[in-house]
Write a protein that binds this ligand. Structure first.
Ligand code: PEP
Ligand code: MN
Length: 339
């Protein structure tokens, strides 16, 4: 439910309505202050609220019901784009597009530091790298785990790049807290609700990837799990979905970008690497993502893709990452954004 306050409604009055709603109905009230108007986004069981009584309040303009089950992530509750700050000056959802880049998996100290230096030189502002790798086969490389996390932290200390890395189990949250700047929830864990709830108890940004076969509403309900715990720092990531097409690893649902932007105020980024599954598709898909309004990209880059321990086929070499960044800058300029 949304209460739209009249022009000039006083702060004291808004506070007293909010306190009353919380004490009387146990409702969480999120004030969104705009230019001139303030709206109060009410989250919780709003069914028993006496709307007629509220409408008698001379400072309330109108009341709107939000039908969708996702509330905190809903654009109707928060009309302006929200931004998520991963590190000082690295903000997802602003005018500047954020490029996160790095290997699929952290493989060694030399590898991750070398890649971090190269992607930083090309303009990436966040280092990606998996330490815990959820693989389809139990016989595939499962990641360096705690050692990988430590190596990411070393790469951060060497370069200053903030780090995003995948967490698969809530029991590891403590371990991740000082070692990374943003949690990644992978496609396979998008509906790991225990994990989402625990991440909601932190205030660290969460990059939430869309599941392999999930709808927009399911995706936003997963974001809601994190936000309902008080952590509003959620970045949505479209990474391709399972369709009948087998030529590509997944099918990039480019329409997810404008659709999510319309449904939600959360920043949206795209992962062209896992969508296409092959290196030569990364650049065109990334360009399409920026043209469609994405706030950033997460791209796999490897020092030696032919020998990568995971996802070598879709990883860019340093040279192709350089060329890709050049052409992404041109597309960004065409939509009045920068990288
Ligand atoms: C990854 O980022 O390496 C990864 C496994 O991604 P996804 O969860 O999208 O498959
Ligand atoms: Mn990968």
């Amino acid at each position: 439910m949304i209460l739209v306050m009249k022009h000039g409604a006083t702060t004291e009055h808004i506070e007293s309505i909010s306190n009353w709603l919380t004490n009387q109905y146990g409702i969480h009230v999120n004030p969104v202050v705009g230019t001139g108007t303030t709206i109060l986004a009410l989250v919780g069981d709003t069914a028993s609220i006496d709307q007629d009584a509220l409408l008698r309040d001379p400072q309330i303009e109108r009341i709107t019901k939000v039908q969708e089950p996702f509330k905190l992530s809903n654009r109707r509750m928060h009309p302006h784009n929200s931004t998520v700050e991963i590190a000082p000056g690295v903000v997802v959802g602003g005018e500047k597009l954020v490029v996160m880049a790095g290997p699929c998996s952290v493989e060694s100290r030399e590898q991750i530091i070398d890649i971090a230096r190269h992607v930083q030189a090309e303009g990436a502002t966040v280092l990606r790298g998996g330490a815990w790798k959820p693989r389809s086969s139990p016989y595939s490389f499962q990641g360096l785990k705690a050692e990988g996390l430590e190596l990411l932290h070393e790469a951060h200390k060497e370069t200053g790049l903030p780090v995003v890395t995948e967490i698969t189990n809530p029991k590891n949250i403590e371990l991740f807290m000082d070692k990374c700047d943003c949690f990644q929830v992978g496609a396979r864990n998008m509906q790991n609700f225990d994990l989402l709830k625990e991440l909601g108890q932190t205030r660290k940004p969460v990059l939430l990837k869309r599941g392999l076969a999930n709808t927009m509403e399911e995706f936003l309900m997963s974001a809601e799990y994190i936000m309902a715990g008080g952590n509003e720092n959620v970045i949505l990531c479209e990474r391709g979905i399972r369709t009948y097409e087998t030529y590509t690893r997944n099918t990039l649902d480019i329409s997810a970008v404008p659709v999510l932007k319309r449904m939600s105020h959360l920043p949206v980024i795209v992962d062209p690497s896992h969508a296409g599954g092959i290196y030569w598709m990364v650049e065109p898909l990334a360009k399409a993502a920026i043209a469609a309004g994405a706030d950033g990209l997460i791209i796999e880059v490897h020092n030696d893709p032919a020998h990568a321990l995971s996802d070598g086929a879709q990883s860019l070499t340093y040279d192709s990452f350089h060329d890709t960044m050049q052409s992404l800058r041109r597309v960004a300029a065409a939509v009045d954004r920068t990288i």
